[in-house]
Design a protein around this ligand. Structure first.
Ligand code: NAD
Length: 495
């Protein structure tokens, strides 16, 4: 019988009583490997009631005890690293190395959450007026929630619940319905790490379950990662309901290549950053901007891309896996067709891609267009597939203007041997995460993940110090004590 994914409510893994189930498929074969429930109203209300109750004791739990749960959790995740990666590969199709990377980037956030005592320290100023001191504390909000996408089913849930819970909150997670098995395993290990009952709840489902979270008065803060239209919807409806919302959305990331760049580095980095993970990364490079003579390298890059091939998760020579669903594959192929119709030059065509032994996989081969202009749909949209669009400018100034005119601002990079060009780019570009000779500049968790413009709706970003502020309130106390009240050996001062 196909495995039914359990809900996690009030510290128990329970089978949903719903009559609505969503198939979880292996994207390399279309085999249905599990069914995810659409949690019922009653089940979601039970999750909220348990999270509210657990908050009352969890918020009083000493910060060092909360840190110890995270220390045990990161150790367990490391111990089970490869096993989680195998589950992840089975439902996403990612290659084993890529799946391991997904898990590892999440573990790094848990390591960061284990430092919670120093992260929640407040501020103090003595003598703000004579005999008066002001100091601040960080206190948890209450029940927080997270809604996550399919493309990093380990890393992105781990961006959210460990830090929110370490801050003293309780948390309701609604993972992607396309790959719920990985988060389920993460939660089993969290329980094993000693997380008290009710601190974390998991409800599965899709839009209706998200709407419940958006409208539930007890939920104080929502973290979302996913596509632009859903991110905008969640930000609008969540803030309309007076909640704190951080919504990380889609992207169109540009890599600027200067003619003085190290050519072999450019070629290998562009290939990996554009088609790695089948282009299903919010930080994938999807546009290459060649400045001046650098455009002469385009044919060599196309030739390198042609050598790359997708394959099954355990195929050591595969550069990446299938797309997540037949619909995602169709969408990418439609864009390739549209790019041709719009007049871009199709240098590498990934359609009709076959992988031996996997005739039903959602395969799309590496694809590259040149002569792409900013009015084309293939430039304007996040394709979210293994498709690289190349364009060119005469100067760095023009390249910066092109990147800044794009509505997204998640990540960007520049390849150059010139410190001055790198400095100018990092200073002037209107994008939140910049790599200099680094194609995908995702910051480690002691910094924050800082997308800008149309790639992020909200104020405080994921992980790092910003997440601690997102998941907490600051309480500021101003106190005066009267010396005349001091009781000493001579007895209480009665004046
Ligand atoms: P998605 O927006 O389709 O789904 C994300 C979550 O929202 C899922 O849990 C889903 O169940 C829920 N959802 C879907 N439709 C909904 C609706 N109409 N109303 C309410 N909830 C809904 O995204 P996806 O396809 O799973 O993920 C890919 C997208 O995520 C890409 O656009 C990618 O760029 C983006 N992403 C962004 C970041 C970032 O940090 N900026 C990171 C990873 C992925």
């Amino acid at each position: 019988m196909t495995q039914q994914v359990p809900l996690y409510i009030d510290g128990e893994f329970v089978q949903s009583k719903t009559d609505k189930w969503i198939d979880v498929t292996n994207p390399a074969t279309q085999e249905v490997i599990a069914k995810a429930p659409c949690a019922t109203q009653e089940e979601m209300e039970a999750a909220v009631a348990s999270a509210k109750k657990a908050f009352l004791t969890w918020k009083e739990t000493p910060v060092s005890e909360r840190a110890r749960v995270m220390m045990r959790y990161q150790a367990l995740l490391k111990e089970h690293h490869d096993e989680i990666a195998e589950i992840l590969a089975s439902e996403t199709g990612k290659t084993f190395d890529d799946a391991k990377g997904d898990v590892w980037r999440g573990i790094e956030v848990v390591e960061h959450a284990a430092n919670i005592p120093s992260l929640v320290m407040g501020e103090t100023v003595e003598n703000v007026a004579r005999g008066i001191d002001t100091y601040s504390y960080t206190q948890p909000l209450g029940v927080c929630a997270g809604i996550t996408p399919f493309n990093f089913p380990a890393m992105i849930p781990l961006w959210m619940f460990p830090l929110a819970i370490a801050c003293g909150n309780t948390f309701i997670l609604k993972p992607s319905e396309q790959d719920p098995l990985t988060p389920t395993r993460l939660v089993e290990l969290f329980e094993q790490a000693g997380a008290p009952k009710g601190v974390l709840q998991v409800i599965h489902g899709a839009k209706d379950q998200v709407d419940f979270i958006l409208d539930e008065p007890a939920v104080r803060a929502i973290s979302f990662v996913g596509s632009v239209p859903v991110g905008q919807y969640i930000y609008r409806r969540g803030t309309e309901n007076m909640k704190r919302v951080q919504a990380f959305a889609g992207a169109k990331n540009h890599c600027v290549i200067m003619p003085d760049a190290n050519k072999s580095q450019v070629i290998s980095n562009l290939v990996g950053a554009s088609v790695g993970a089948a282009g299903q990364r919010c930080m994938a490079i999807s546009v290459a901007v060649f400045v001046g003579a650098a455009k002469e390298w385009i044919p060599e890059i196309a030739a390198e891309l042609k050598k790359v091939r997708p394959g099954a998760w355990n195929d050591k020579d595969a550069a990446y896996g299938p797309l997540i669903s037949p619909q995602a594959k169709q969408r990418v192929e439609n864009f390739i067709k549209q790019g041709q119709a719009e007049g871009a030059s199709l240098l590498v065509d990934g359609r009709d891609c076959q992988v031996e032994g996997f005739p039903n996989g959602n395969w799309v081969g590496p694809t590259m267009f040149s002569d792409v202009t900013t009015d084309m749909e293939i430039y304007k949209n996040e394709i979210f597939g293994p498709v690289l669009c190349a364009t060119s400018t005469e100067t760095l100034e023009e390249a910066i203007a092109l990147v800044n005119a794009n509505p997204y601002g998640n990540g960007t990079s520049i390849f150059t041997a010139s410190g001055a060009a790198g400095r100018k780019y990092q200073h002037e570009v209107e994008v939140g995460q910049v790599g200099i000779n680094i194609p995908i500049p995702v910051p480690l968790p002691f910094f924050s993940f800082t997308g800008w413009k149309g790639s992020f709706f909200g104020d405080l970003h994921a992980y790092g110090k910003q997440a601690v502020r997102f998941y907490s309130e600051t309480k500021t106390i101003t106190a005066r004590w009267f010396e005349s009240d001091i009781a000493d050996a001579s007895g209480p001062n009665m004046t």
